[in-house]
Design a protein around this ligand. Structure first.
Ligand code: PGA
Length: 254
């Protein structure tokens, strides 16, 4: 089995929790304790806490699921880069994967396509799996430019790769993130088809895991999981409570 398959397998489906800039020492410990109590070892479950909490989360959940980081430095290894955290440091901390290209980093922190591509390469250089997030804004969707946007994001991140490593893609429409308005199953299924087509065109395995994210919760997970071409869910808000996160995992394992 290759690392691609062991890290990002299609079955069972991946359920990933993006904890964003949330949590105190106490609340993160409580969340980990809650998840640990209800989760049997499941390497297809992943959590992405803040850098600050990675060590504690790895200690508490590392034998239950995989732990990853929400970001990575564009610079390799180590050096005079105040505030940065390198892929080598993340690997040393036992991290399995990183998120790259999340809409908040693109649109709120202003990360360019070029920076996203560099971060993705740094992740692979360090031996980490990369979950690449892509998605259109509401106005791009209204203009009928969704497919074009997804194609551009994949091409700019993955085109002309010298290095390839473990990859999963998360389709996260910007308008669905944190809004309580998830994409419809038809919208998700169509975007996943476009993404696979583009991945194949770029020489990547079109069968690699493609996830959906954006306002996933306990109530809509079942319907989303019924999309049989979808390989998992990237969950934000609902991953901050052990009960809702575990319920989504349970639905994915039924
Ligand atoms: P949400 O976030 O589930 O809170 O919409 C998803 C994400 O940003 O990955």
């Amino acid at each position: 089995m290759t690392e691609q398959h062991t890290l990002f397998a299609k079955t069972p489906r991946i359920i990933a929790g993006n904890w964003k800039m949330h949590g105190t020492k106490a609340s993160v410990q409580a969340l980990c304790a809650g998840i640990a109590a209800g989760l049997r070892r499941d390497p297809a479950v992943m959590v992405f806490p803040s850098f600050l909490h990675l060590d504690k989360v790895q200690e508490m959940l590392g034998t239950h699921c995989r732990v990853g980081a929400q970001d990575i430095s564009q610079f390799p290894d180590q050096g005079a880069f105040t505030g940065e955290v390198s892929g080598a440091m993340l690997r040393d901390m036992g991290m399995a994967a990183i998120l790259v290209g999340h809409s908040e980093r693109r649109h709120v922190l202003g990360e360019s396509d070029q920076l996203i591509r560099l971060k993705l390469q740094r992740g692979w250089e360090a031996g980490l799996g990369v979950m690449l997030c892509v998605g259109e804004t509401a106005s791009e969707r209204d203009l009928g430019a969704t497919q074009e946007r997804l194609r551009h994001q994949l091409r700019s991140a993955l085109g002309q790769d010298k290095l390839k490593g473990p990859l999963a893609v998360a389709y996260e429409p910007v308008w669905a993130i944190g809004t309580g308005r998830s994409a419809t199953t038809e919208q998700v299924a169509l975007s996943l088809d476009w993404l696979r087509e583009e991945l194949a065109g770029l020489g990547h395995d079109p069968d690699l895991p493609v996830l959906y994210g954006g306002s996933v919760n306990m109530r809509n997970a079942e319907e989303l999981l019924a999309i049989d071409t979808m390989d998992g869910l990237l969950v934000g808000g609902a991953s901050l409570q052990a009960e809702s996160f575990l319920e989504i995992v349970a639905q994915a394992r039924r």
